[in-house]
Design a protein around this ligand. Structure first.
Ligand code: NAD
Length: 504
């Protein structure tokens, strides 16, 4: 049987934007081109939605809000469990779609996609357990609190994990009784459109999940729409500044999941083989295009040479090629612009005196992929903390390694710069690893592992990496507001102005 996601695997499929439970024709014919980055070829187009299209989608979300938010949480939960089941039956074709459009290897996308329904199941489950409180308080009153949904909310997402990042937000927002308008990245907008249609297939009421496609202007129109009551963005730090500015002006709450420059601290007693395997994954999964990519390695002097040699050797062996081939370990980066940024960081690192220990030499790719946006896994050692490669997000497979001599030096270097998202610490001494975890700046710290993500494991950064949380109860509560109802139980009544008589 052909599924909806199979249909979108056919190049050139453009069904429009999605709101009110169906694909809809946009206001005009302007489109955004979506490329296959492995071949640098056009894959399909999606509408470049205008402010009018955005308004139509927001109106659909508004129309659906009252009945969705008034459902008992048990009933909403049933819808979300059904949505999770439908998603599960579409995993293989969604993985294929994401692999084609993002260039991420099919091996990665199959592994990632298999876990995504868990976010819907988790938020569907915990939302049932959301309870208000009540108190008997001074003076003869009972106060009660209960949670209220916010209204239509805007979810703005990036291209690197199009469905994963979206479902992290969507599951919490829907479980909390909100309706959603999604603006996916212009580079990978197709699987979010399919996801919205799958929500309808799962029986979610029309207008609960809506998607408008387009670039920053479409996103800006959504953030400016009057009836949007929360903005949840995952994207670059500069986008975060703009969007948070708009939200501030409008006095609406936001979550900002932004960029990072994740330090990897490798201590003297680390299990070298295990650390090389784990940190290789941290650096090069998704071609280094995750917000928490292991990017800035800090390695103890005593094991520095051995570790660098081992990591560089393994990086050189990573199999690069067709993302749809199960044997491929790394695909291209997302765009020509991304490739150029990687190449310019590589050139700059060389001029700043860093030594390239992996990534030199030509790529050996089959003919059909020679124009693709491929960058070899690239490792620089002896990178000084003032260098651009040490400080700035590359968002590609280019990493820096720097030597440290003691914990204090490692902490200073890990905390250099303006980001604060992920950190991983590798040590056999759990007391040392824990001490370091308390001193490093970041929102997520892994000890002897990296990248691990779970619906229960709270996620989010500090400083230039943003604010607010995904996952866990924090994410659910962010999508709600607490209302207090105060009941007088004292006998009789008060008369504060008793005895006043202006003309008496
Ligand atoms: P981006 O900032 O270019 O775009 C993110 C989304 O915002 C897109 O949908 C885009 O169209 C939209 N947008 C851009 N300008 C806008 C504006 N002025 N108003 C409204 N919407 C606007 O980011 P990207 O290139 O898609 O993603 C890569 C970035 O995302 C990296 O910096 C990465 O670190 C970050 N990221 C962070 C996390 C996290 O959890 N913290 C996860 C993944 C990616």
């Amino acid at each position: 049987m052909t599924t909806l996601s199979d249909e979108f695997l056919i190049p050139g499929t453009n069904k429009g934007i999605f709101y009110g439970g169906k694909f809809q024709k946009p206001n005009h014919s302007a489109v955004i081109k979506v490329l296959n980055p492995a071949k640098a070829q056009l894959f399909t187009t999606v509408p470049d939605a205008t402010a009018d299209d955005v308004q139509a989608a927001v109106s659909a979300a508004r129309s659906a809000f009252a009945s969705w938010s008034e459902l008992d949480s048990l009933d909403r939960s049933r819808y979300l469990h059904k949505f999770a089941n439908v998603l599960r039956t579409n995993i293989a074709s969604l993985a294929l779609l994401e692999s084609t459009i993002t260039g991420r290897s099919i091996r990665e996308m199959n592994a990632q996609m298999a876990r995504i329904p868990e976010w819907l199941e988790y938020f569907a489950s915990i939302a049932i357990g959301l309870e208000g409180e009540s108190n008997v308080v001074k003076g003869g009153y009972v106060t009660m609190t209960h949670y209220e949904s916010l209204g239509p909310v805007a979810l703005l997402t990036p291209w690197n994990h199009p469905v994963l990042i979206l479902v992290k937000k969507l599951a919490a927002a829907l479980a909390a009784g909100n309706t959603c308008v999604i603006k996916p990245s212009e580079l990978a907008p197709v699987s979010p459109l399919v996801l919205a249609a799958l929500a309808t297939e799962a029986g979610l009421p029309d207008g609960v999940v809506n998607v408008v496609t387009g670039g920053p202007a479409t996103g800006a129109a959504l953030c400016a729409a009057d009836d949007i009551h929360y903005i949840d963005l995952t994207g670059g730090t500069e986008t975060g500044r703009k969007v948070a500015g708009v939200a501030g002006e409008r006095l609406i709450r936001t979550t900002m999941e932004l960029g990072g420059k994740t330090p990897i601290i490798v201590c003297e007693d680390a299990d070298i083989e295990a650390t090389i395997a784990g940190t290789l994954f941290s650096a090069f999964v998704a071609s280094g295009q995750t917000c928490v990519s292991g990017a800035r390695f800090l390695v103890h002097d005593k094991i520095y040479d051995h570790f660098v040699e081992g990591l560089a050797g393994r990086a050189e062996q990573i199999r690069i090629g067709d993302p749809l081939d199960k044997a491929t370990q790394m695909g291209p980066v997302i765009s020509q612009r991304s490739k150029e940024r990687c190449l310019s960081m590589i050139a700059q690192a060389k001029t700043e005196g860093a030594k390239m220990v992996a990534g030199a030499g030509p790529l050996d790719l089959p003919k059909e992929f020679t124009n693709g946006f491929y960058v070899r896994p690239t490792v620089f050692k002896d990178v000084e903390p003032h260098c651009k490669l040490f400080l700035e997000e590359v968002f590609g497979p280019v990493i820096s390694i720097t030597r440290f001599h003691n914990d204090d030096e490692a902490i200073v270097m890990a905390n250099t710069g303006t980001f604060g998202l992920g950190v991983s610490i590798w040590s056999r001494d759990i007391t040392q690893a824990h001490r370091l975890s308390l001193k490093v700046r970041g929102g997520v710290v892994w000890l002897n592992d990296h990248h691990r993500n779970d619906p229960r494991s709270v996620w989010g950064g500090v400083r230039d990496s943003g604010f607010g949380k995904e996952n866990g109860w924090d994410a659910l509560r962010a999508y709600l507001t607490k209302k207090s109802v105060i009941v007088r139980t004292a006998a009789g009544h008060d008369d504060w102005f008793k005895g006043s008589a202006r003309y008496g």
